[in-house]
Design a protein around this ligand. Structure first.
Ligand code: TRP
Ligand code: ZN
Length: 881
């Protein structure tokens, strides 16, 4: 279904408040799979200054109007106009009035998973960003806050559970006991995107929580029958999140009940509807046999994220969708901090930066680049991006680093205090921190307005005689769509000057920049920072803990990087040193291979440094695993930047992995075997770290003869999904003799667990084989696959297109053609999903000319399809622009 504003641009500069407020919303759902009746009673008030009788224009999307009345009287036909995509009351009264609208909708036919739809028989809603208008006509925008009361009626047998936002205030059953209803009331004013209702036959997992001030909260997680045991980890994560938000941000929960519902068909990860979060079941259900450690951390993070939205998103919401990062960036920052406190901070930081670089830096370097706060959009669903979420979180972190933890805490308190109940803007948010820190944050706003990843160049020189270290810093930002030139932004560069014994050197004076608490404030296009009293030649360790989302260009010699890898007190920069060494080598190797030559040899001192880290028992297992993992093919491609040959990159990376495996086979086998003594599975940081390290070692061993027996044994003896999947991946990726048998065994074991079968799809879709595309095509016809389920589609088509660059970017263009055809098929049913898959084309312009031409043909083929959703039209249009 096409939305009303298809193709139309929405601009931040055009923002106007609505002419009318909607104070209360009374909704009545008479549920039926193909013909649900929705009655909406809206208490409407003209805002101050609205002209008497100014037209009331409500949004709709594919709606069927049954009736409309004003203050209890049916509206005359000439008093309004209604189309599927809007309802206009020509001259409403110049006083408060009630509009009652009845619409009929078809949840069963709603495959877009936006609005009211059914997931395996359960009725559920998804209203962000513009799904509420698919339920009833409304002022469907985040700055219209109303108090909602929701009545749901359904046959008891079909939907014994009836849920909506807030507290249940009434319920009842018909005389014959076949039908029942429930009424829910949410006392907190909210925008329509936070509305939710659920009805179905679900099992309940219960617990409770006592808030800091002594309020008792009823905690409920609803899952499909039979999945109750798999929701205990999610419940535990919820209680830890609630406690943490009290301790870290002073935020208490505000209703008597908090509910989570897990559904199988969901377009994103989860949704923060007030008091009734709805989740993709992937982020709720976990058992050791079926979920990996990555799944457990995902659940912990997403449960926390949605819960934290209660304050950053719900109590304080966004004025308009341009301000999306106000809730998303801040809430990602909060969930990252939570996970850091629950687990290992450096390990969490490294994995967040890996995601940031893989997703956001890549997005920022291509045609889909946009500012953290965009100024124009055609389809808002396409702006739930790595830039808004992940770079948005980095900006909060950078702000905290610049103004300091105390001022940041005061600023947060002020924000909660001042804006509770508001629909706010980024300017409102920054004003709180400017006030709390006494600093001018106008320059910081540029971070929100400019797309592109700034590049910081750093060159150091040491004058032994003068005991002076001089650091020349400069920042530039590449042009992005619509923004050819950029202004400098304030960049916090956390640093240390590492002395010969590995400890940071003291300095007696600094000039050329503000330097506070080991942070250089780089605010100009270029600055020279001079450190006096430096006793020995230092190795600069810059951007510690990745203090800003920038590319750091510092051409340290290999010896200096090896020194940092061995000695930096900042664990992030130890890891980063290894990444930087590998990146330089992999770029050179890929260039040599692309030019028809062979890979240069991998530097022996680097290999032996990796061996030293691997064997260093003073280091966390998880950290050692991260250091051993080379930059991804996507990372290398982004570093190369243009005329990319993904086949050459894959070969360069494979060669380096093999060289490391061959050189360190004995060390790795010894470490692997010593870790093999089984301990009972626990999904905590220590257990996950041990498994990550052991599985990384297995990955290397799989490339050398030592892997042969070990892979099969690893698979057979696994008592958890993390280990079993690692072994399956190693077997399949190396084309080992046991691969087919293991794939068959895996399918057989988990055929009743769709989320586990998703992993079976991912392994096959990401295999580094020229047969992979054929396999993926064949698997789309597998009985366990369904184009209607987003998790299945992402596991097969998404994984192939996003996580297998060498095969997706096949030189014959068949990968592009497959994705284009799949998206064209999906678009009429689920445009959000189709558009998201097409994000895989975001790097097409960086390819070498042959591939570039083939990608363009496919993008143009999609663009020519009619009808085409606004979602896909927007993505393809921007890719081709
Ligand atoms: N606001 C949600 C979150 O970040 C995500 C979300 C946005 C979403 N749009 C959606 C979820 C559409 C499902 C469908 O937590
Ligand atoms: Zn969110």
């Amino acid at each position: 279904m096409m939305s009303r504003h298809a193709g139309q641009a929405v601009r931040l500069a055009d923002y106007q408040p609505t002419l009318y407020a909607i104070e209360t919303v009374d909704l009545d759902f008479l549920l039926s799979p193909h013909a649900t009746l929705v009655t909406a009673r809206l208490a409407i008030v003209p805002r101050d200054g609205t002209d008497a009788g100014a037209p009331l224009v409500l949004d709709g999307d594919g709606l069927t109007l049954v009736s409309v009345s004003l203050d209890g009287r049916p509206l005359a036909a000439e008093a309004f106009t209604a189309t599927p995509d809007g309802l206009t009351v020509a001259t409403p009264p110049a006083r408060p009035f009630t509009l009652e609208i009845v619409t009929e909708i078809d949840p069963e036919a709603n495959l877009a998973l936006s609005g009211l739809y059914r997931s395996r028989g359960t009725y559920c809603t998804q209203c962000e960003a513009e799904g509420f208008r698919r339920i009833t006509y409304f002022l469907d925008r985040p700055d219209v806050l109303s108090i909602y009361t929701t009545r749901i009626e359904a046959p008891v047998a079909e939907a014994p559970i009836l849920l909506a936002n807030g507290n249940q205030i009434v319920s009842g059953t018909s005389a014959d006991g076949t039908r029942h209803f429930a009424v829910w009331h949410d006392p907190y004013p909210k925008p329509s995107y936070l509305f939710a209702m659920v009805a179905g036959d679900l099992a309940l997992v219960r617990d409770d929580f006592v808030t800091a001030s002594g309020r008792e909260v009823d905690l409920r997680i609803y899952v499909e029958h039979g999945n109750e045991d798999r929701a205990t980890y999610a419940m535990d994560a919820l209680k830890r999140s609630m406690r943490w938000d009290e301790e870290a941000f002073g935020r208490e929960y505000d209703l008597d009940i908090f509910m989570i519902v897990a559904v199988s068909d969901f377009n994103m990860g989860a949704m923060e509807n007030k008091g009734l979060n709805i989740f993709n079941d992937k982020y709720v259900l976990a058992a050791p046999e079926t979920a990996t450690d990555q799944d457990y951390t995902g659940i912990e993070g997403v449960i926390a994220h949605e819960y934290f939205h209660n304050w950053t998103g719900n109590r304080i919401t966004c004025r308009d969708w341009f301000q999306l990062c106000l809730k998303e960036g801040l809430t990602v920052f909060r969930d990252q901090e939570f996970s850091s406190d629950q687990r290992s901070r450096p390990v969490k930081r490294i994995s967040d930066v890996r995601t940031l670089r893989a997703q956001q830096f890549t997005e920022d370097a291509g045609p889909l680049a946009h500012p953290v706060r965009p100024e124009i959009y055609h389809e808002i669903n396409n702006f739930y991006t790595a830039t808004v979420y992940e770079k948005g979180a980095e900006l909060i972190r950078a702000l905290k680093t610049l103004i300091g933890a105390d001022a940041f805490a005061r600023g947060m308190d002020l924000y909660f205090d001042r804006h509770d109940g508001d629909a706010a803007t980024i300017e409102d948010f920054l004003a709180c921190f400017a006030e709390a820190s006494g600093s001018d944050l106008a320059p910081f706003l540029m971070w929100y307005r400019q797309a592109g990843t700034p590049r910081v160049t750093a060159r150091g020189t040491y004058d032994a005689e003068a005991r002076r270290f001089t650091l020349d810093l400069a920042q530039t930002c590449p042009p992005t769509p619509g923004q050819p030139t950029k202004l400098p932004v304030p960049i916090p560069v956390r640093f240390g000057l590492v002395g010969p014994n590995g400890a940071d050197l003291d300095v007696t004076a600094v000039s050329g920049a503000t330097v506070k608490d080991d942070v250089i404030h780089l605010t100009e296009a270029s600055q020279t920072v001079v450190f006096e009293g430096v006793a020995a030649r230092p190795v600069p360790s810059l951007l510690r803990a990745f203090s800003a989302p920038v590319v750091l260009d510092i051409d340290l010699p290999l010896e200096d990087r090896l020194f940092l890898l061995g000695h930096d007190s900042d664990p992030f920069n130890r890891w980063e040193a290894a990444q930087a060494i590998a990146t330089v080598a992999l770029k050179a190797a890929a260039a040599a291979i692309a030019a028809g030559g062979t890979s240069p040899e991998t530097d022996r001192s680097f290999v032996s440094a990796l061996g030293t880290v691997a064997a260093d028992e003073t280091l966390d297992h998880a950290f050692r695993a991260l250091v051993l993992q080379l930059p991804s093919e996507t990372d290398i491609a982004r570093e190369i930047g243009s005329d990319v040959d993904p086949t050459a990159i894959a070969a360069a990376r494979r060669n380096m992995r093999r060289a490391i495996a061959e050189a360190l086979a004995d060390t790795f086998a010894g470490l692997y075997d010593r870790l093999s003594t089984a301990e009972p599975f626990r999904p905590d940081a220590a257990g996950a770290g041990r498994r990550a390290f052991r599985n990384t070692l297995l990955d290397y061993l799989s490339l050398v003869p030592a892997g042969a027996g070990r892979m099969e044994r690893h698979y057979d003896t696994a008592d958890n999904m993390t280990d079993r999947l690692a072994a399956l991946t190693a077997l399949v990726f190396t084309g080992a003799a046991g691969a087919e048998a293991a794939l068959a065994d895996f399918y057989d074991r988990f055929k009743d667990h769709p989320l586990a079968i998703d992993k079976w799809f991912v392994v096959q879709a990401t295999a580094p084989s020229d047969d992979t595309l054929d396999t993926v095509r064949r698997l789309t016809g597998h009985p366990a696959f369904a184009f209607t389920n987003p998790n299945r589609v992402r596991s097969l088509v998404g994984a192939f297109s996003m996580a297998n660059p060498a095969q997706f970017n096949r030189p014959d263009g068949a990968g592009y053609a497959f994705l284009a055809s799949t998206a064209i098929d999906l678009d009429p049913r689920n445009p959000q999903l189709a558009a998201r898959l097409l994000g895989a084309f975001r790097s097409w312009r960086t390819m070498e000319p042959g591939r570039r031409a083939k990608a363009e043909v496919e993008l143009r083929r999609i663009a020519a399809v009619r009808p085409l959703s606004p979602d896909v039209t927007d993505i393809v249009g921007r890719c081709l622009a």
